[in-house]
Design a protein. Sequence first.
Length: 167
Amino acid sequence: MPYILRAPEPEDLDLLFRLENDPAVWTVSSSHMPYSRYALKQYILTCQNDFFAEKQLRLMVQPQGGGEAEAIVDLFNFSPLDGRAELGLVVDGASRGRGVGQQALALLCDYAARTLGLRMIFCQIFADNAACRHLFAKMGFKEVATLPKWVQAEGILHDLVVVQRFF
């Protein structure tokens, strides 16, 4: 099934609430606290989705024919001078293993290169997340660094692998 990228809508509140408050997602994000429905609703209503002004962008990944979003992609840590941004991807549990992540990455890479004019995007992945590393490699990302014992999750220090893709 083909997918599209679109701006967050009020209808995405349940998905955002579920994913933003999932402790498993916290370990791979910079957020480690739950969000209220009110805060997420305010974000949706006030977000301008202006990547160049806000230096970040959140997009929903939705089936092309309609229906609920199944994933979220973020671009953040944008450096206009260097033409790069960091990316985050989270696929809703029910949609994992169905190619949604691969399509989301393909769409985001095309958008980042063609529309936003970025020259490179990068991502940090847990070294022991073989499925995620395989996905990014399949999508043309190269592993460029390992950050030993970089993130603590559930009392364990984890290595991170930095992957990047040039356009």
